[in-house]
Each structure stands twice: as structure tokens, then as C-alpha cells.
Design a protein around this ligand. Sequence first.
Ligand SMILES: Nc1nc2c(c(=O)[nH]1)N[C@H]1C(S)=C(S)[C@@H](COP(=O)(O)O)O[C@H]1N2
Ligand SMILES: [Mo]
Length: 455
Amino acid sequence: MKRRAFLRTLSAAGGFLAGGPLPAADKVKRNMIVRSTRPEDLEMPLDGFATWITPIERFFVRSHMYTPKVDLSRWQLRVEGEVATPLTLTMEDLRKLPQAELAGVLECAGNGRSFYRPTVAGLQWEHGSVGNGRWKGVRLADVLKRAGIRASGKHVLLDGADVPMGTMPDFVRTIPAQKALHADTLLAFDMNGEPLPVAHGFPLRAIVPGWAGDSWTKWITHVRVLDKEHDGFFMKTAYRYPVTSVAPGSSVDQALMTPVESLRPKSVIGGPLEGSRVGADGKPVRIWGVAWSGEAPVAKVEVSTDSGRTWLTATLGQDRDKYAWRSWEHFWTPPRPAHYVLMARATDARGETQPFAQDWNPSGYLWNVVPQVRVEGGPGPEMMSTMPTQAAPEFPPKVKQACIGCHESDAIAGQRLTRAQWEREADKMIRWGATVKPEDRPELIDFLARHFGVR
Ligand SMILES: Nc1nc2c(c(=O)[nH]1)N[C@H]1C(S)=C(S)[C@@H](COP(=O)(O)O)O[C@H]1N2
Ligand SMILES: [Mo]
């Protein structure tokens, strides 16, 4: 796609050339890991887990396409499909409905993808494509009831104002009616007590508590009630995982996959950091983090300081809400100078707990393996070593021409894929609009596999 075409896409999405009240500028993100510059994909580093409610400046961003700027004076919400009375609502109409508020975890289905072996394609998230927000809006159920949802209405489609690039499919997803009608499923206009920031879906987004982020549609303009699941790429191909164990690295028949829905119990160790020296002064070391689960609250968090041999119950923080994460801490004095492997394990109210090993899945979704942190305990010098970051190689002109435009080189340089995986990835991009001459394809694949291969 040519640059001019991008600018057209951007202005078509509203904002750039549109007059009228645009949303206030978002708070600038602070200290984030950039997984992709455009579209914007930002990860929160571990220190972000120190607060119960994640500030907007530290809240991760996951956008499949460019961020649309919506003009609120022209914005309307259409409610249609399997309903008695289709509705067109303004923000004013919407705000007149009873309001609801909750604190809850928003986690990308791909959070932790980088930990899967064999490696899989996609943004290489570590721990931080997750945040705990305070969300206020109206119940999706109230909107659906006002339109008179029919008995034939089984799935609720949510569509946002973001526009696909090239020939890529639009980000459109459906939620089963049962979850859509749940009293905690919201259409939110406020986040952390402020109007929803543009990056997080201004003016309206879905809050689907306990479910992975792909159901939390941003920039909503359409609610369409359907008699079946939406038949589109982001519903039928992406955001699915195998119902039973599959051979790692294999490709899986779509009929054997099910949509990502509920999150699972998961904990993150915020500190100490991997490779650090702790307890050099003989004082107790604070091991800390957060834990969350899907639709059941966290019941306990246990910590091990001896590679999983023995476990002690961590102290949970006071702040709690049904779908929010729970802070936890445990104080520990290393008994002698040695290497230690620290672990944390969350269990939810249903008794579901984190595994030590997890079935592989082709897109690397729902990672929730017990986290481990290796430290040096006891007196001695600081050991902390930082991994040398490798400079990204210069992209040859042909690769640049074919692959830089819709996104920058960061979306590519973050991957570690086999040659076969790079072939699949290149073909997907060609289907989406990348121009690669057949005679240039081998050179392109060579470059990608050589520089961004599995190490
Ligand atoms: N319209 C639209 N909604 C979207 C997305 C998107 O690309 N477009 N990304 C989804 C995904 S995959 C996630 S994880 C969350 C991320 O929400 P955040 O950017 O507010 O953290 O938004 C979801 N809603
Ligand atoms: Mo996501």
C-alpha cells in the first residue's frame, strides 16, 4: 500500500480532517516496551504490576490496525440484527441508561506468547500485555433489552471504527448471547475515572470481565445481534486454540479449535528481577506480584523459594473486586548464599491452579505456566546482567519496499521463526496486500529466516 493510501485510510477513519469535538489528547505512555510502533502495540514492564489499578500511562495497548479518532458529535451507536426495534443511540442517550462500574483485568490472549516453545508468530509479549482498570459504562444487556433482543439472537457482534489496511480482514468479533447479557458485561465510556482514552477505544468499548482482551472491542459503532457466531478471520481463524493436546509445532485443523474465552488463574512475579542478587544485607527479601483468574476470584497465591519443593502461602493485598487482580507478597530471608529459583502459583475459587507445563497451541494463547525467577541470595556483589540487545539488521531495499509501510521493521524484528513459519507469514502478508514478485520471494524468505530465525 502506498503512503498516500495510508493517509486516506487514516482520514477515512475520522479525526484528521474532521471538524468538531475530537477527544482530548491521550496521556503520554510512560516506560513501555514497544512491540510495534504502528499499529500501536505497547507492553507494560514488570514494575507496572506494583499498583493495583494500572494507570492509563502504563496500560498496555494492543491494536490490530491504526487508531481511529472518533468525532463524538457525529458518533452514533447502531443496534441492529435479531432485535424487535433497531436503535441509533447518541452518547447522551447511552448515558441515560443505568450506569455500572467495576474493576477488572484486561489481558491479551497472546500475553506470554514469547515463552512458548516451539516459538510461534505474533507479537512477542512477555508478562505485560495485561492491566487492571476501573471501567464505567452501561450494561450491554440493557441496550440489547431496549432494542428487544429476539430469541433467535444467539451471538452479539461488536464492530469498531478502526479500518483494515490493504486487504486484511476487519477486526470483528461476536460474543455468545449468554455472556453478552451477563450483568457485568459493559459498554464502557470511562476508564480509571476519565473518559476512555483514544488508544483504549474512545468513545465506547466492551468490558467482558474474565474473558481475554480480543472480546473487549474498542471504538464500538455497531452492535449486531446474530443467530450464529460471526464468520470472519478474527473469529474463525485467529483467537482459537485446540480442544485437545496437539503435536508442538504442528498446524491444527480449524474444526479442532475452540474460541479463546475465559482467562485462567495466573500470577506474575513483579520482583525480585531475574538474575538479581537479593538479601545481601541479611534483611528479608520482598517477593511480590499480582494474580488473577477468569470468572472466579483468586483464592490463594503460594510462593516457593526452593524450585517448587515446598510452598508457602503469600499474603494477599486488601484491594479486591470480582474480576480484578490481587496484589500479593511474601517476605523471605535466604538461608545461605546460593542460587535460588523463586516461583508463584495462583489458585482460584473453583480450585483451578496454574500448571508447571502447558500444552502448546499454534498461536501461543493463554500462557499461564507457574512463573520462575532465578536469583542469587545472600551476601556478595550484584550479579544482575542485562541481555545484550542485538541491533536490528538493515533491511535490503526490496524487503523494505515490500514489508515496511503498513508497519515498521519492529513487528518483523521481534519474531523468532523457522523458515517454514516465515514462508507462512510472508504469504499471509501477501494476501493482506504486500507486493512481492514471485522471483523475489526466495531472497525475502532467506533474509527473514537468516536474521529472525529460531536461536
Ligand atoms: N476495534 C478493535 N478492538 C479491539 C482491538 C482492535 O484491534 N480493534 N484489539 C483487541 C485486543 S486483541 C485486545 S488484547 C484489547 C486491548 O485493549 P487495550 O489496547 O485497551 O489494552 O483490545 C481489543 N479490542
Ligand atoms: Mo489481544
